[in-house]
Design a protein around this ligand. Structure first.
Ligand SMILES: C=CC1=C(C)c2cc3[nH]c(cc4nc(cc5[nH]c(cc1n2)c(C)c5CCC(=O)O)C(CCC(=O)O)=C4C)c(C)c3C=C
Ligand code: FE2
Length: 408
């Protein structure tokens, strides 16, 4: 089966990749790299994440474009279960083309999703670094400050980003490591985040996972089986921005927030208060007052005392489309634990990733509402933040590469 998977993804796409022994795995281990949209967005969420944000360390536009070509070929190879370039074999006198730690491993539905940050277009002091300032989409705004956040600069921003998702953590880490290695001299890793478990379902075929507060997360998410809702809430359409940003049609916008959970406080909180915080039942995931996880949320419902069954400050009330002018997000986050904070507490939480068509009308107003009143705020701190434009997918046409239209 592994050989079959490899044959279907041979070097015809120009990736130049070589096989990883018999480890590429069956075809259902492989998510198509090419397409109208990048994979890793409307793809059933894989179990593991390695996300990396990069600073560009060159001033030369041609070097950057050359890297994007090289990265695209490497990404096409790795997502097909192939090694980069000639792999680990061959030339004894040179370092191998591939670092080798994914040798023999199946692709594990690896997806690599590429994105560009606001600082690619203009530096904080207004410098147009690569002649791209006029092509910055209006929707790619700098995120405003939100009340209560405790952002650490070393976990914020980035000129470029790559989201690697796979069911195998080693495959995801291998992919980011190889891209960083290839980019040496042109880019440097600014920050990266590992995620060990998905906190969202993005397909109706998936069981809803639990976040580190023990609640089912992703019940009311957008799903890959809802193309009309994805068109409405996730994919950038031709009329969304001016001609200068036409390179984004078919793309999306990504907001990443590293959100630490104050688990010690949470673990001392009574169950009824935990459930009131979210507006859902802990075990079943059902909205309060209901029994089934997927029963509709009725925000208008009141109890015998006339009190709202879903409290006024419950997370799902404040985040719901009904409260936010019909706006929704495709959430694709992961749980993380990064050791301890040095004060005897775990540094653990949710690496929140949300895809959307326009952050000005989606993430920003929803987060403003949450930051102002969400009962969950007592138990969380936003410690990292970044926003990115995610270009459309790479086609199979010769010479296409990540963000080609931006540089055309
Ligand atoms: C700005 C957007 C959001 C942030 C930040 C956010 C943080 C966050 N959420 C949870 C856990 C849950 N969120 C749930 C629902 C939910 N959350 C958002 C948005 C943000 N969450 C939305 C849009 C929704 C859907 C609301 C709806 O339509 O009903 C839920 C309930 C289950 C579900 O539907 O997914 C949980 C649980 C945590 C722990 C967290 C920060 C750490
Ligand atoms: Fe949420």
């Amino acid at each position: 089966a592994g050989v079959g998977g490899l044959a279907a993804c041979s070097d015809d796409d120009g990736s130049g990749g070589s096989g990883r022994g018999d480890g590429a795995g069956p075809a259902d281990q492989i998510v198509a790299f090419h397409g109208d949209h990048q994979a890793g967005i409307a793809t059933p969420a894989q179990d593991r994440l390695h996300f990396a944000a990069f600073d560009i360390v060159t001033d030369t536009r041609a070097d950057l474009v050359a890297l994007l070509r090289e990265w695209t070929a490497a990404a096409a190879a790795m997502t097909s279960g192939l090694a980069v370039g000639a792999g680990v074999a061959g030339r004894q006198q040179a370092p191998p083309d591939d670092t080798g730690e994914a040798e023999g491993l199946a692709a594990g539905r690896l997806t690599l999703t590429f994105a560009v940050g606001p600082s690619l277009f203009t530096t904080a002091d207004g410098v147009d670094r690569f002649g791209l300032a006029g092509r910055r989409p209006r929707a790619l705004v700098d995120l405003p400050p939100f009340p209560g956040e405790a952002l650490e600069p070393a976990r914020c921003g980035g000129d470029l980003a790559v989201q690697a998702c796979s069911d195998d953590p080693q495959v995801a880490v291998h992919a980011i490591r190889n891209l960083a290695r290839i980019g040496r001299g042109t880019v440097a890793v600014r920050w990266s985040q590992l995620g060990f478990g998905r906190t969202a379902s993005t397909s109706s075929t998936q069981i809803t996972p639990r976040n580190l507060l023990g609640f089912k997360d992703g019940t009311n998410n957008l799903h890959v089986e809802q193309p009309a809702r994805l068109d409405e809430h996730v994919w950038v359409a031709a009329a969304d921005d001016g001609p200068a940003a036409s390179w984004m049609v078919g793309g999306s916008y990504l907001v990443a927030r590293r959100i630490r959970m104050l688990t010690e406080q949470w673990d001392r909180t009574p169950l009824a208060e935990q459930e009131a915080t979210f507006g859902r039942t802990k075990v079943s995931g059902a909205p309060l007052g209901r029994t089934g996880e997927f029963e509709p949320v009725d925000l208008a419902r009141r109890d015998a005392d006339g009190e709202p069954v879903i409290p006024a400050n419950a997370h799902i009330r404040l985040a719901a489309p009904e409260t936010n002018g019909g706006q929704a997000l495709l959430r694709r986050g992961y749980s993380f634990t990064d050791g301890s904070d040095g004060l005897g507490h775990l540094d653990a939480g949710l690496f929140f990733l949300a895809y959307q068509r326009d952050p000005r009308t989606q993430f920003i107003p929803i987060q403003r509402r949450l930051a102002g009143a969400d009962a969950l705020n007592e138990y969380i701190r936003h410690t990292g933040s970044a926003i990115f434009a995610v270009p459309p997918g790479v086609t199979t046409s010769a010479g296409d590469h990540w963000a080609r239209l931006l540089f055309a």
